[in-house]
Ligand binder design. Structure first.
Ligand code: PAF
Length: 275
C-alpha cells in the first residue's frame, strides 16, 4: 500500500489504472470495510482502490467535536492494509488548506434543510473538501454511504452542476446486530446511551412498516418510539422527497424518513426509504 501525505505527491501520481476512491475521516470501522469491499468490486482486479483520511475542519461547525474527533492513525493504516487498499492519502490540515483560503464550494438548495439547518456551514465544508479530493486524486468513481443521505444527494448535485466526470456509488447503511448504524461517533456513547441508541432504527422500521400515507403520521410513530429512550433528544424527524429533500405531506415511492437524535452530546443520524 502506497501512503501519500502531500498534494504534490498525489498529483504527480499519474494513474493509468481505474481508480475508485473512498473518502473518509478515519476512525475506520465495519461500514468503511464495506465501502472498501464495494470499491474493490468497482475497481476490478486491475484497478486501484484509494482511501483518503482527512478530518476536515471546514465541515465541523464551531463548538462541535473537531478537536475530540477520534484519530487512530496507526490502527487506520493497518485497517487499510488489511482491507487491500492500494493507495492511502492522508494529508495534514496545512497541506489541504492555505491560511488565506478564499474559495469554497457552496451547494445552495439541498444544503439548507435537515443537517444543513442544524449544522450551518457543514455542507460547504463537505463540498469543498470532496471537490478538492476529486481534483487531487482524480478518481474514476467514488463511494459514499447511504447513512449520510443528504451528503450523498448534495455530492451528486455538485458533480452534476460542476461537471465532475466521476461516478458516484451509493453503499447501503451497515448496521450492528441490534440495528444501530455504524458511525465513528458511536464510540462517544456511554454504556447507557449505547444501550438505548438502537431505538433509532427501531423507530425508522416501525414508521416505515406502519403503512401510513400521511407523512405527519409516519413522523408521529417514529417520535413516539424514540421517546421510549429517556436519553434520546430529537433534533429532527422528517419525511422528504429523496431528490429535492423538500418535506412531503403524502408518502410516495420516492420518500425518505430521516432523523437526527442526540444522546448526550453525541448526535446520531439515520434514515430509511419509504414507499
Ligand atoms: O462522510 C464523511 O466521512 C465525510 O463527510 C467526507 C465525505 C469524507 C468528507 O470529509
Amino acid at each position: 500500500m502506497k501512503i501519500l501525505t502531500t498534494v504534490a505527491q498525489a498529483q504527480a501520481q499519474l494513474h493509468a489504472k481505474r481508480r475508485v476512491l473512498v473518502p473518509t475521516m478515519g476512525a475506520l470501522h465495519r461500514a468503511h470495510a464495506e465501502l472498501i469491499r464495494v470499491a474493490r468490486e468497482h475497481a476490478g482486479r486491475n484497478g486501484e482502490v484509494a482511501v483518503s483520511i482527512f478530518v476536515n475542519p471546514l465541515q465541523f461547525e464551531p463548538g462541535s467535536d473537531f478537536e475530540r474527533y477520534p484519530r487512530p492513525e496507526s490502527a487506520d493504516e493497518e485497517f487499510c492494509r488489511n482491507a487491500g487498499v492500494d493507495l492511502l492519502f492522508r494529508p495534514s490540515v496545512a497541506e489541504m488548506y492555505a491560511d488565506n483560503r478564499s474559495v469554497f464550494v457552496d451547494e445552495s438548495s439541498l444544503a439548507n434543510t435537515l443537517e444543513g439547518r442544524s449544522r450551518p456551514g457543514h455542507f460547504r465544508g463537505v463540498c469543498t473538501v470532496v471537490a478538492k479530493l476529486f481534483n487531487i486524486l482524480s478518481p474514476d468513481a467514488a463511494l459514499f454511504g447511504e447513512k449520510d443521505f443528504q451528503q450523498l444527494a448534495i455530492v451528486r448535485r455538485m458533480l452534476r452542476d460542476l461537471n465532475f466526470k466521476i461516478g458516484i456509488v451509493a453503499v447501503p447503511t451497515v448496521r450492528e446486530e441490534d440495528g444501530l448504524a455504524y458511525s465513528s461517533r458511536n464510540q462517544y456513547l456511554s454504556v447507557q446511551e449505547r444501550k438505548q441508541a438502537p431505538v433509532l432504527y427501531k423507530a425508522l422500521c416501525a414508521a416505515a412498516n406502519a403503512g401510513k400515507k400521511s407523512a405527519a403520521d409516519v413522523v408521529a410513530i417514529a417520535r413516539e418510539i424514540i421517546r421510549e429512550a429517556p436519553l434520546a433528544a430529537i433534533d429532527y424527524v422528517e419525511v422528504v422527497d429523496a431528490e429535492n429533500l423538500q418535506p412531503v405531506e403524502r408518502v410516495g415511492l420516492n420518500s425518505v424518513l430521516l432523523l437526527a437524535v442526540f444522546f448526550g452530546k453525541t448526535r446520531l443520524i439515520d434514515n430509511i426509504r419509504l414507499g
